[in-house]
Design a protein around this ligand. Sequence first.
Ligand code: MG
Length: 338
Amino acid sequence: MKISYKLLNLELKFPFNIAKFSRTSTPVLLLEIRYEEFRGLGEASMVPYMGENFDTAIAFLNQVDFTRFSFPFDMDEIIAYLDDIAPGQPAIKAAIDMALHDLTGKIENRPCFRLFKADSRKMPLTTYTIGIDTPGIIVKKVEDALSHNFKLLKIKLGRDSDKLLIDTIRSVTDLPLYVDANQGWEDRIKGVEMTYWLQEQGVLLIEQPMDKADIDGNAYITANSPIPIIGDEAVQRLADVEKAHGIYHGINVKLMKSAGMYEAFKMIKKARELDMSVLIGCMSETSIATLAGASLAPLCDFADLDGPFMTLNNPFKQPEFQEGRYVLSEKPGLGVEN
Ligand code: MG
């Protein structure tokens, strides 16, 4: 088993502003694992607030003894081994996990979604995310989303201008919306009022209304909201799903938080057992991580996998996308094409 990687600064089409920060590019590490004649691809997208970067990712890879892994890959054992090397660093672990799943699919000549028994016909619509911005830029973003045939938009809220932002969107489109407050709401009573107002504006769900540490505040909004409340920042890995039960209606699973597809799949199953809904989300990602997320998306209720539409220098072919949803191919593995 041989590994190689490339570092890439993934440039954003529009600077990304949410409640707590702003940025114009995202460092990603593209990993290739060669096993016999097969090549598996994985990706670590390292958004700054998660604390990983090129240096931490490379240092982690240098500690992994890849000769321990052989097909069929025992993912329980591999994830436990990676977690033993260092806690945290879920993005670089996700890159390894994805490359191993891509390899498994290629060795077995099956697409990755079949490894998880996902039904490609159940692919949910994907949202196009619109960050906090001036009305002029927001209109441009909506036009960009419409030009790609998106049927759903996700709006980042959490500042004082929330209502103005929704009014701006509504001046150009009637598409249904998801809202992500990114922990930006500070008052639970006003938060509940906002959920009713947002429902009237055609909003279908709200992500992470209050600070993830404010368990009572988030639980209060969930108990009183007419639309689903989804935990994102509060839910990273499998152990967090049970903790989120009773606080949120559902969870946002992201491969860059869960340390990859294998644990994301377990999180989806756990959420189902607890009767919670699941949104599969993404970071700024190339086609590799997007196709990995799309492979699990049919098992979820909602999808926000817009990475390739938010970036300018994705080195791979854009995943096939029709009428607002990804179309999974029968190609073995993740189906990444140059
Ligand atoms: Mg979110």
